[in-house]
Ligand binder design. Structure first.
Ligand code: URA
Ligand code: CA
Length: 434
């Protein structure tokens, strides 16, 4: 088999068989096949796509490229959740304590942010002392002890995805349905979950900009999961505007604490209840969605979800003083607000531009390995459909230096559009695919 011929086949829109896909992924993982050949292959896949069988084969080849985690030492049904990536998507920080407080074990494997999207691991590391590089034994021990742990991808989980993702990030091949589906599902399968709830984001801040493409992605992932005996469902959710108000690492931790105490932004709370109820359903903790939803709502009200968050932070070495008094978190040196130039209704709020503005002042990485700042980012003061008066604060940028400041402010200003007419409310959840 020659790599050249396989690239040529994909370029000419032919199908790759399982043997060929295994050969490519094995060779890439062990370094026999160079980055430039796999980059060319990724671009051919970007243009010509893959059918469902090829996507499933690619998923399995990547899942098998490294360690596969055995979660059988944890009692109960293990349900994992994964987002396809968004702006200010504070969900996992709330969802893990919330769902585990309901008694479902949550062994959460999370990633770092890249580009305009944030990552749960970066956000958690803004809590002083919080450790995310848990050994596999410690990870499992924590889940058995308090029903929850959140760790970064361990050293050798899906190394093929790690390598391929960083190539895609620099070769404009991230937003490809078969490549996203195999990237996400390979990690979930190798991560050992029995059930998977996928949060498939749609809109300007997501990789899938249209409902049609998001639905296609969701169907492929759900089929792959279910075929392998992992009960999988996908929830299609809005990412036209950021979720909640906070975009940025410790800003989002503070937002999560508020939400766990019942006084966070309503869209974030609603999404967490929706995803969480689906996790409880898949995990057979409840018999129907409504019961799950009510159970979780009660756990916020009774403060049990917040108490569970503190347990997780304590167990992973984080300093509880910051959780109990969020004012202690490091603050950015400067802040500047942008204001409404006219009165009316917000009829556009571009999540991508806001995510990029936060990234430009240091909340995210422009390239792999960049150091991030925990305390910078954006607070969105007015959301889609809200009525505003001329001069009202639309958003506030928190920053530490003038570097990229003009550019970030330009993006923030461009992200809002105001119309004279009242605007229909946006949907938060579009569809559930089982
Ligand atoms: N998240 C992933 O893990 N992989 C992708 O390809 C896109 C989002
Ligand atoms: Ca948020």
């Amino acid at each position: 088999m020659r790599v050249y011929d396989l690239i040529l086949n994909k370029r000419d829109n032919k199908k790759l068989n399982k043997k060929e896909i295994d050969f490519l992924i094995e060779g890439f993982t062990n370094g026999d096949i160079p980055d430039y050949q796999i980059s060319a292959l990724a671009m051919a896949i970007y243009f010509n796509g893959m059918n469902d069988r090829e996507t499933a084969d690619l998923t399995m080849a990547m899942a098998r490229s490294g360690d596969q985690i055995d979660l059988s030492l944890i009692d109960g049904v293990k349900v994992d959740k994964h987002s396809t990536g968004g702006v200010g998507d504070t969900t996992s920080l709330v969802l893990v304590p919330l769902v585990s407080a309901a008694g479902l074990p949550v062994a959460k494997m999370s990633g770092r942010g890249l580009g305009h999207t944030g990552g749960t691991i970066d956000k958690l590391e803004s809590i002083p002392g919080f450790k995310t590089d848990l050994s596999m034994n410690k990870f499992i021990e924590n889940v058995n002890q308090i029903k929850a742990a959140i760790a970064g991808q361990t050293g050798n989980l899906t190394p093929a995805d790690k390598k391929l993702y960083s190539l895609r990030d620099v070769t404009a091949t991230v937003d490809s349905i078969p490549l996203i589906a195999s990237s996400i599902m390979s990690k979930k399968i190798a991560g050992g979950a029995d059930g998977i709830v996928l949060d498939v984001k749609v809109g300007s801040g997501a990789f899938m900009k249209s409902l049609e493409s998001a639905e296609k992605l969701a169907h492929i992932m759900v089929n792959i999961g279910n075929k392998l005996g992992r009960k999988t469902i996908a929830v299609l959710t809005d990412m036209e505007q950021p979720l909640g108000n906070a975009v940025g690492n410790n800003l989002e931790v503070k937002e999560a604490i508020k939400t766990l105490k019942g006084n966070g932004p309503k869209d974030l709370e609603e999404l967490c209840l929706t995803l969480g109820a689906n996790m409880l359903l898949i995990g057979k903790r409840v018999d129907n969605y409504k019961d799950g939803y009510q159970l979780l709502k009660g756990l916020i009200k009774s403060n049990k979800a917040y108490q569970q968050f503190k347990k997780i932070v304590k167990n992973q070495g984080g300093d509880l003083n910051y959780i109990e008094d969020p004012d202690k978190f490091k603050k950015a040196e400067y802040k500047v607000s942008i204001e409404a130039k006219e009165s009316g209704y917000i009829d556009k709020l571009n999540a991508l531009e806001i995510g990029l503005a936060a990234m430009l002042v240091g909340a995210g990485r422009e390239k792999k390995g960049d150091k991030i700042l925990n305390e910078v980012g954006v607070i969105v003061n007015k959301k889609y459909g809200e009525k505003v008066k001329k001069g009202d604060k639309l958003a506030t940028l928190y920053y530490n230096s003038d570097k990229n400041l003009e550019q970030a402010l330009g993006k923030l200003n461009r992200s809002f559009t105001i119309s004279n007419n009242s605007v229909k409310k946006r949907n938060l959840v579009y569809k559930i695919i089982e």
